[in-house]
Write a protein that binds this ligand. Sequence first.
Ligand code: ZN
Length: 423
Amino acid sequence: MVLSCSLALTTSCRKSPETAETKEKSGYQGQGKSPVVPTVDKPIQKQWKGIWAFNDRMTFFSNKFEGARLNGVAYDGNDHYTIWVTAENTPINVSPWYAFQVWSEEPRDITVQLNYQDSRSRYYPKISTDGRNFTPLDSTKFKAINSGVGEFGIKAAPESAELTISVTEDPTWITAQELYTSTIVKEWVDSLSQKPFIENYPIGLSKEKRTMHLMEINANEEANKAMMIISRQHPPEVTGFLAMKSFIETISGNSELAKEFRQEHSVFVVPLMNPDGADNGHWRHNMGGIDLNRDWQNFHQPETRNVRDFLVEKDKTYDFVFGADFHSTWDDIYYPIDTTVTGEKGKIVFDWIENISERLPQKKTNISASDQIDPTMVSSKYFYVHHGMPAIVFELGDNTSRPFLKEKGKVAAEEIMKLLMEQ
Ligand SMILES: [Zn+2]
């Protein structure tokens, strides 16, 4: 059963009957209960990697870079192109990731229509000239085709989109969201690990043998309370990653609060749970063709096993006091475990959400609490059931403004540090 509540009114969640009151609720209400799905390997489609050349080698498209997803291109005449983007396998949640480069021997404006397999145009395109710094495509260059209906969910997205791109001889990147590949994430991990109290080390390999890196914030060898933070089980969920990045930078920061917090608490972070998916432009799954956030019961996939084994080992010396798994969806939403299950211990999560909401009243965020913890399947339930951590799935909207994501990550870090130190 899924429970939901509006934090503006109360922090206790009740079953919501179909009343006039519930119909008035605004904002994204969240998805329903996740069905139990098998997590043994399924075949996936790896994309062909290469460069498409058109018009006597005048215009080029490429997917030869980390994070790319481009499965086909056709020239339709008059500088118009059609692009196909397909998922790694099906069935799959519709989050059509695309990322490609385009250039031309002579500067020109081209139009590109995006087509996805059984999906609609969920992500608003980002543009970059260096593959690092991205901005949303200018709205005058974006044409929605067959607009959707409603405010949230795939039906609200246009069926397709046509983009106008001013191409030059230097590549332009067009991507569904900003690129945070395994290389770029590792650069961030390494830069933060310059601090004397932060180190990072491998905790195992992914299915395609990429190293999974764990960052450990540990300022005091005597500190035996710990927090577990993960993100990017789902590759396109970049906004969740950005909030997590700000959250961790705040805990690692120079504030008195953070310094005091680090004297009693260590923090373990796996910022990129699905490096293969991120580098191969997967819509959701790992290289085993599986949604990792359904594998915390049976552990058929190496990525979830690596974190499980790490936690089992650390649980011998640490008391885990909080866990969070950062994701992205249609809009910001919290998925905690209901206090009817977690009791007194779990109240900290609801107090935390309330404190964040008080400091960020400009964005009302719904809560969808679950009272089902068996089977564990998803990370937060595994964290609670096997390691006693009050835990949450922290979801950020795909289109939530980037400065707000950063602020929310910072506020979330400050508030959890305060609450944990009061305990
Ligand atoms: Zn997710």
